[in-house]
Design a protein around this ligand. Sequence first.
Ligand SMILES: [Fe+2]
Ligand SMILES: [Fe+2]
Length: 249
Amino acid sequence: MPAGRALQPGAADQGALSVVTTPWVRAEWRARIAAEYGSAALTQHLVLWLIQIGAPPDLLDAGLAIVADELAHSRLSHEVYTAAGGTEPPALDAAGLALTRAGDDLLDDILRVAVRVFCLGETVAVPLFAHLRAPCREPVARAALDRIIRDEVRHRDFGWDLLDWVTSVRPGLAARVAGWLPRMLAELRASYGDLNPAVLADDGSIGDVERAWGLAPPREYAAILARSVERDFAPRFAARDIALPAPAA
Ligand SMILES: [Fe+2]
Ligand SMILES: [Fe+2]
């Protein structure tokens, strides 16, 4: 998912490039290069865990397709960044490009990643990218967001399919999910939602240039997350008899 605002909106640097853009546009798409690359790495690692545990071939194939998608998203984000005048390398942190085991139970660890990264992260990504794409008019950014939004629907569905497979293998694990959700939702709120310092400091200002390049202010990320909890997370968890914590004040 994108990182939210890294810079205040500034004057468009018209004239220096063949397109009109801003430093915020470059900072955001540069962050997206690394975020998409990270998604590829974490999904690749998850697929290794799935191979190690003998998951069904359909899940392995779907996971590998997602790795290819995320690498394509990273490349497309790089194209947008360079089209906007960016020249810095992406900020990749090798230490963060791997999953870490939380315990000795591989199936439990797989479920934890499925819920956090896919059932939550990729599910909220669908309305988020749709929101970013709606006013996006810059062709290179529009092309990237078209591809990303098309793929994210499949990524979301992979997460729920994986949750269903794990809990079919060991039904008792469904109860674990309810126990993890309060913390996982709090982490999402801290990253993209109402607990994110950038949201608290945001006045919602954004220019037409930034909208045209597929950006949105942090407070809009928070609003979409809040709506997703109600519209996307709640019914899907309820259908699986997994209790979602009541929204915090
Ligand atoms: Fe992606
Ligand atoms: Fe994705």
